[in-house]
Ligand binder design. Structure first.
Ligand SMILES: [Zn+2]
Length: 446
């Protein structure tokens, strides 16, 4: 039996930072003692003034294994996650080969993750036009949601769905009360000609706001007519905010997330010939991103996620600088916390609120709120300990992702993860990996 005490002057309990000691027994939080507490018979980890909080739950990660392990893999991605204070992540269905659109492929993916999970990992299933009859089996096999695209996904084996496909699946999702996650861009021809494929503005204008708002309208329509849970992943277009706000006043079945790159970078500062910044939907102008921040501060976003979407450097077209040939996706889950925190402290978002958006709220979305996402008695001992006063620069040698190419390279940020515990075991000590393979494969309880 393992047993120890974690003490700090600032532990996040019931959305507040208070002095207390967490008594960990095996993989659970056994009890919580407020104020200073010590027991000479139990090992005592004194973390002074560091922030002790529930482990981050990243509900949007692309890992690419099996089949594209040269892009990213479970070993490297979950190591990076652990170093970044993420103790649970949910993996997307499109980047592995085969894509996760039936139970056979789902089993292959689970097999591929064996002995490589350094944090807890669950999965989404995918919806494509040809697999409507596989959705229920995927749900029964334990996926946490069903993800679909409304425009080309970048992966030919994962084609986008139409409104009709979604209508055909809605009753199954309703019956199982599982969320439909939608990449909300609906492409059309109303876009300017591309003059220079290496120009960021040409890329930005090729994926206009109305692609997002049209897709959001479709998503809301499906949500409303079938009364199902619909989740809008990675909102970038602030013109989408009003309609989302309106529908969210009527139901809690519509949810929305955004990601670090949309809140940290602005189009004005992205140089031409730098597809390292390419993602879809694109990073927009500062005025747009200020609106995203306002929406975040007024509790409009349900939670935040990394959308870690890595690719080999040659796929990112780093040499050619061609935005249109490059893979659209930003790699960086290891830096989710410091990137958000660095911007949050400038914008006046309270630390407690930021933590909630990274822990309790995604736990609720995933149906894990009775065991993860909070420091509570009986909950899983997934714990992240970090220093909000430490400033550091992101250098290549600290990056644990398979490929080091990330737009966060050389950024100087605030908030360093020092220790991470997964299922009651210290997996990261002093920002270095300590223990491997402590993650569990998570299947959604049916
Ligand atoms: Zn994604």
């Amino acid at each position: 039996m393992t047993e120890f005490l974690i003490y700090s002057k600032r532990c996040l309990i019931n959305d507040q930072l208070i002095e207390c000691a967490l008594h960990i027994k095996n993989d659970k939080i056994h009890s919580i003692h407020s104020g200073f507490y010590n027991d000479p018979n139990i090992p005592f980890l004194n973390y002074g003034n560091l922030i002790v909080m529930p482990g981050i739950i990243d509900s949007h990660v692309h890992i690419n294994e099996p089949g594209r392990a040269n892009w990213e893999g479970f070993d490297t991605a979950t190591k990076a996650a652990a170093i970044g204070g993420i103790t649970t992540l949910i993996e997307m269905p499109l980047n592995a080969s085969p894509v996760t659109t039936n139970v056979k492929a789902f089993k292959l993916k689970q097999e591929a993750s064996k002995d490589k999970l350094h944090v807890n990992c669950g999965f989404y299933g995918g919806i494509i036009p040809s697999n409507i009859n596989d959705i229920e089996d995927l749900i029964k096999a334990g996926v946490f949601g069903i993800k679909g695209f409304l425009t080309h996904s970048g992966i030919d084996e994962f084609p986008n769905v139409s409104k009709t496909d979604l209508e055909a699946t809605a009753s199954i999702l309703k019956q199982h009360n599982l969320p439909l996650l939608l990449h909300c861009e609906l492409n059309d021809e109303h876009v300017p000609d591309v003059n220079n494929p290496k120009s960021y503005l040409d890329y930005l204008h090729s994926r206009p706001q109305h692609w997002e708002t049209n897709a959001i309208d479709l998503a809301i329509d499906i949500q409303k007519r079938y009364d199902i849970k619909v989740h809008i992943v990675h909102l970038s277009a602030s013109k989408g905010i009003e309609r989302i706000k309106q529908r969210k006043q009527e139901t809690n079945k519509l949810t929305v997330e955004t990601c670090p790159h949309y809140l940290y970078f602005n189009a004005e500062n992205i140089p031409d010939k730098s597809p390292i910044f390419k993602c879809a939907p694109p990073i927009r102008e500062q005025s747009n991103n200020d609106n995203l921040w306002d929406f975040l501060i007024e509790d409009g976003f349900n939670f935040l996620a990394s959308d870690h979407s890595p690719a080999p450097p040659e796929r990112k077209q780093l040499e050619s600088g061609d935005f249109f040939k490059a893979w659209g996706g930003i790699s960086g889950l290891q830096f989710t916390l410091p990137i958000f925190f660095t911007e949050a402290r400038k914008r006046g978002l309270a630390i407690e609120k930021l933590i909630t958006l990274l822990t309790k709220n995604p736990a609720e979305f995933l149906g894990l709120e009775n065991k993860k996402g909070a420091l509570k008695v009986g909950f899983d001992a997934d714990i992240t300990i970090w220093d909000d006063s430490e400033e550091f620069t992101i250098y290549e040698d600290s990056i644990q992702h398979k490929h080091k190419a990330t737009p966060y390279l050389n950024e100087t940020v605030f908030g360093k993860v020092i220790h991470t515990f997964v299922n009651g075991v210290q997996v990261v000590e002093n920002s270095k990996v300590k223990t491997l393979q402590q993650g569990k494969l998570l299947l959604k309880d049916r």
